[in-house]
Design a binder for this molecule. Sequence first.
Ligand code: HEC
Length: 198
Amino acid sequence: MKTIAVIVAGVILATTPLSAAELSPQVRATAAAGRLNLEMRKSLIPSIQKNGLTGSMDVCAKEAPAIMAGLEKTFGLTMKRTALRLRNPANSPDVAEKALLEKLAGMQKGEETLPQEVTLFSETESGKERILRYYKPIMMQGPCVGCHGTPDKIPAEVKKVLAARYPKDKAMGYKEGDLRGIISITVKEKIPEGEFKK
Ligand code: HEC
């Protein structure tokens, strides 16, 4: 029952701007990740239809960060998108993210089913804050291949724009269904004073 309640709350929060303060870190993280995916789908497909691929670069480059900044405020957390092979080096993974990305890539190589999400809890050194780290795999879908796909799927004019804008681009060569990266979310929560261990 608990899992169902969390999923329902996640779905509701993914579509309506409710106050998030009193919800658990897990629910807030799930909702933020769901909402990012939803908003990206809502932006990317119409933009590609209207402006073409070369006119849609900023959906991934500017809209995604803007959507994430809004979700960070709404849900009181920090979030980013990261991957092993990057287009923008500013999206580099930290040590924990890199380890998870390598693990997921290994699972995909071994044709194992990837988890929908990974959640880890820890405490800060002081013992006064609880930290939730939440990760959700980002999978390659149809609309992504024009800019992240194998060379035969990326039109010449898109290659030209990407080469000019991202000279060190490594975020190509993916097929639909491949792991592209992860959404990484951190939620910090104060531990009530009575529960301090030291
Ligand atoms: C119109 C081209 C275009 C399309 C289509 C596109 N992207 Fe991107 N993507 C980009 C660009 C440009 C960047 C670099 C963004 C930046 O400067 O931070 C990027 C960056 C990313 C990143 C951040 C990591 C990195 O490599 O810097 C992820 C994750 C990502 N894209 C996933 C996707 C997924 C999943 C889809 C399909 C749903 C998709 N993209 C569709 C152009 C595109």
